[in-house]
Design a protein around this ligand. Structure first.
Ligand code: PLP
Length: 393
């Protein structure tokens, strides 16, 4: 179906679909590694690009392509690629746009492994990086060096919920001929569309909100122009970070309810944040939808709503945080986020344990910070669970 000029929810359901010979209502799983050519000439035409079609699943596959087209449509990009994981997307972006001697600027409170991949692995190939507070666009511009090629933003950032101004930073970046990549995992295209704010590439861990059911790992990259898309595709095809058809099928199924899930969990998160903020045992709550969030206005401007991720610190620090995590009964004590179930975790000892303590503190990841991913259980039950757990603190 042609979903041009259709609304976001219509695109969620129908975008990327194609008709097959049976009139299948959903795109089936094309669980095949290779595709037979009609004859030698057709094989040659497919390889030369003269004819469009599938050759081999690492290069392209109908089930995966349907998902890629849907994601590109949702983010208002020209095209996208689906990958085996969010980290495959991160490594593909680094490999596509950074050469030996180049420099990248990135948000300090970024997803832990995104930073570790750069500082531990890409540094070995001579790529330099600066991790900084990207919430201040002037500071970002001041950090640009001769050899800077890429600005890699994560907003809201993991786990501090710090925001970066995508439009202003993209304007600065383009003045200096730099590319802007935005990890949009925490918002999903339902809440935020970085390409509409002039970013060049959107990155997703599909594992989180887009699939939304905590049952598959996946990643994606969406580009705002063909040249950028081509460079990323080339890396994926050579390095082999491609998705599998079965994975693509599951994500295509999960994404259909994205708008419903994200809106519902956002509405609940507002109540949870308000509850936590007034609790005497809580030191502070960071949630973009609270008036107390220093970037509430930016969140209201660049996001459709405030999302369902929040973090907070207990007055009793790390010890109190541990007691809380051991006392919750409804929320699962688990990493990951953006699923239908509420999840609680402790970044300093879990997702960001690999980042040095010094860098954690600099990035606002305090020892007692607890991250909460609000699911779509009943708001009263989630709050009641936190309430009984806080009584033990
Ligand atoms: C989970 C996550 C990633 C990595 O994705 P995987 O699917 O786990 O490889 C990257 N960025 C953010 C913000 C994430 O939350």
């Amino acid at each position: 179906m042609n979903t041009k000029n259709k609304g976001f929810s219509t695109k969620l359901i129908h975008s990327g679909d194609f008709e097959d010979q049976f009139g299948s209502a959903v795109v089936p799983i094309y669980q095949t590694s290779t595709f037979a050519f009609k004859n030698a000439d057709q094989g040659a035409r497919l390889f030369s690009g003269e004819e469009k079609g599938h050759i081999y699943t690492r290069l392209s596959n109908p089930t995966i392509e349907a998902l890629e087209n849907k994601l590109a449509d949702l983010e208002n990009g020209v095209g996208g690629i689906a990958l085996s994981s969010g980290m495959a997307a991160v490594s593909t972006v680094y490999a596509a746009f950074l050469n030996q001697g180049d420099h990248m600027i990135s948000t300090h409170a970024v997803y832990g492994p995104s930073r570790l991949l750069m500082e531990d692995i890409y540094s070995r190939f001579g790529v330099e990086s600066t991790y900084m507070d990207t919430s201040d666009p002037v500071a970002v511009e001041n950090a640009i060096q001769e050899n800077t090629k890429l600005i890699y933003l994560e907003t809201p950032a993991n786990p501090t919920m710090e925001l970066s101004d995508i439009e202003t930073i993209s304007k600065i970046a383009h003045k200096h001929n730099l590319l802007v990549v935005v990890d949009n995992t925490f918002s999903s295209p339902y809440l935020q569309k970085p390409l509409d704010l002039d970013a060049d590439v959107v990155l997703h861990s599909l594992t989180k909100f887009i699939n939304g059911h905590a049952d598959v790992v996946g990643g994606a990259l969406i580009a705002n122009n063909e040249d950028v898309l081509k460079k990323m595709k080339k890396i994926m095809r050579y390095m082999g970070g491609n998705m599998d058809p079965h994975q693509a099928y599951l994500v295509s199924r999960g994404v259909k309810t994205l708008a419903l899930r994200v809106q519902q969990s956002t509405d609940i998160a507002k109540k949870v944040a308000a509850y936590l903020e007034q609790h005497p045992k809580i030191k502070w709550v960071n949630y973009p939808g609270l008036k107390s969030h220093p970037q509430y206005d930016l969140a209201a401007k660049q996001m459709k709503d405030f999302g369902s991720m929040l973090c907070f610190e207990l007055k009793g620090g790390i010890k109190a945080g541990k007691t809380l995590m051991n006392s919750v009964k409804l929320a699962l004590l688990a990493v990951s986020l953006g699923g239908v179930e509420s999840l609680i975790q402790h970044p300093a000892s879990m997702t960001h344990a690999g980042v040095s303590e010094e860098n954690r503190i600099k990035s606002g990841i305090t020892p007692g910070l607890v991250r909460f991913s609000v699911g779509i259980e009943d708001a009263d039950d989630i709050i009641e669970d936190l309430n009984q757990a806080l009584e033990n603190v």
